[in-house]
Design a protein around this ligand. Structure first.
Ligand code: COA
Length: 255
């Protein structure tokens, strides 16, 4: 059985975490397949420009760590598995492909952390997010304590992480946790819009935003300038200029 159901939609793909019975919790087998697929779609020479990631069923995007599997895991194996989770989550962030998490249901603990390493989050009206780990005697261990404050500020992040409370869709958007409330077609429309833009430019803008956020302003502006320079040598830049002059839609090839 595949851990991820993959559907092609032109320039983007929809990936469904195929684990409805465990509310799409992050199992070892799922993480392995996620790793393989992130590698498949990443890098400059890629056909896939965006991925919409969702959970199977209508209850959960992802219920976090697979707590049943974790209960059986030898304590000495846990740190290695967590290191793998952190590496794979980081590879999503560093990928040239844009990842959109469609939170079709609840996302708790590692489920919220998985969505935080995606570029954008669209949340269904009935869905909820939450870094609930302190309720289980642990802390977010797959980037939550670092990515959440970078996204919403330390004050809001502390309130959410220290209480472990669950946040509904409207509040998630108000706090900046999600880009918008919507349906799966809304998430796919967002992917489609992004895919119509020049892929190299989209990837460079993604990295400029993410990497620049960790730098002091002058270094961040220099980093932006470096990314900009890369676009100057691309065929797509000339296609954008030609399409403008010829009053037609550009056809970008990612070159
Ligand atoms: N790991 C493994 N199995 C999980 C799971 C998890 N994180 N979350 C849910 N499941 C399993 C349940 O054990 C149950 O299995 P069963 O049918 O064999 O009993 C099945 O998924 C359905 O769960 P249930 O609670 O009945 O479904 P629900 O739709 O009413 O609620 C959740 C779903 C996600 C809200 C609820 O299961 C929950 O709170 N899970 C824990 C989430 C959590 O705290 N994650 C943070 C981990 S750090």
């Amino acid at each position: 059985m595949s851990e991820i159901i993959i559907e092609a939609r032109g320039h983007f793909e929809v990936w469904t975490i195929n684990g409805e019975a465990r509310r799409n919790a992050l199992s070892v087998a799922f993480m392995k397949e996620l790793d393989e697929n992130v590698r498949r779609v990443s890098g400059r020479e890629r056909a896939v420009r965006a991925v919409v990631l969702r959970g199977a069923g209508d209850k959960a995007f992802c219920a976090g760590a697979d707590l049943k599997e974790r209960a059986k895991m030898k304590p000495e194996d846990v740190p290695h598995f967590l290191a793998e989770v952190r590496r794979i989550f980081r590879s999503i962030e560093q990928s040239d492909t844009v990842f959109i998490a469609y939170l079709n249901g609840v996302a708790f603990g590692g489920g919220t952390e998985l969505s935080l390493c995606c570029d954008l989050r669209v949340i269904a009206p009935e869905a909820q997010m939450g870094l609930t780990e302190v309720k289980l005697g642990i802390i977010p261990g797959a980037g939550g304590t670092q990515r959440l404050p970078r996204l919403v500020g330390r004050g809001v992040a502390k309130e959410l992480i220290l209480t472990g409370r669950r946040v509904g869709a409207e509040e998630a958007v108000r706090l900046g946790l999600a880009a918008r409330v919507g349906t799966q077609p809304d998430a796919e429309a967002l992917a489609q819009t992004i895919c119509e833009n020049a892929p190299i430019a989209v990837a460079l803008a993604k990295h400029a935003i993410d990497e620049g956020a960790h730098l002091e302003l002058d270094a961040a502006l220099a980093f932006e300038q470096e990314q900009y320079k890369v676009t100057l040598d691309t065929e797509d830049r000339w296609e954008g200029l030609a399409a403008f002059v010829e009053k037609r839609a550009p056809v970008y090839k990612g070159r």
